[in-house]
Design a protein around this ligand. Structure first.
Ligand code: FAD
Length: 120
């Protein structure tokens, strides 16, 4: 098998919810675990903003800190209150990493999260 298709299948099947967005958090790609954790199918959520997942109970300062960090090309990690498609709330342990091009400019963001509700 070609290494490239092995990479693609690895991202698809890795047991962490992964999404890739543009610079404004518009969702361009989601893997299988993302669909399992959020309840959304790719056709439901591709083209939407990540804010679709927000339960609207996460303090605004958390989002400010998130955007300040990632737009400065740094990795952000934190806990957000998200909402499953069914309406059920869950706690998301989220890491967002900026993807940079050859000139060092941010082109995309990669989000990786897990449902940590059980830990509380
Ligand atoms: P927004 O209108 O998005 O704004 C909230 C504040 O964030 C604004 O006042 C502004 O300070 C800042 N902001 C928003 N967009 C930008 C921008 N393009 N550049 C600079 N600053 C900006 N949110 C979740 O709730 N759950 C998630 O699981 C989640 N995953 C994300 C994954 C990735 C890869 C990225 C990039 C973002 C993710 N977000 C997530 C953040 C999400 O995009 C929203 O910013 C957030 O949900 C708040 O939405 P809002 O509509 O309440 O406010």
């Amino acid at each position: 098998k070609m290494l490239y298709s092995l990479f693609a299948e690895t991202v698809e099947q890795v047991p962490i919810a992964i999404s890739i967005t543009d610079k404004k958090a518009k969702i361009l790609y989601v893997n299988e675990e993302f669909c399992r954790v959020t309840g959304y199918r790719p056709e439901d959520i591709l083209g939407e903003n990540e804010s679709l997942l927000s339960d609207k109970h996460t303090p605004k300062e958390v989002y400010h800190d998130l955007w300040r960090t990632i737009s400065a090309k740094k990795i952000w990690r934190g806990t957000l209150c998200n909402r499953h498609k069914s309406g059920q709330r869950y706690l998301s342990d989220l890491t967002i990493a900026p993807m940079l091009n050859e000139t060092g400019a941010v082109t995309h963001y990669i989000g990786m999260h897990r449902d940590i509700t059980q830990a509380y």
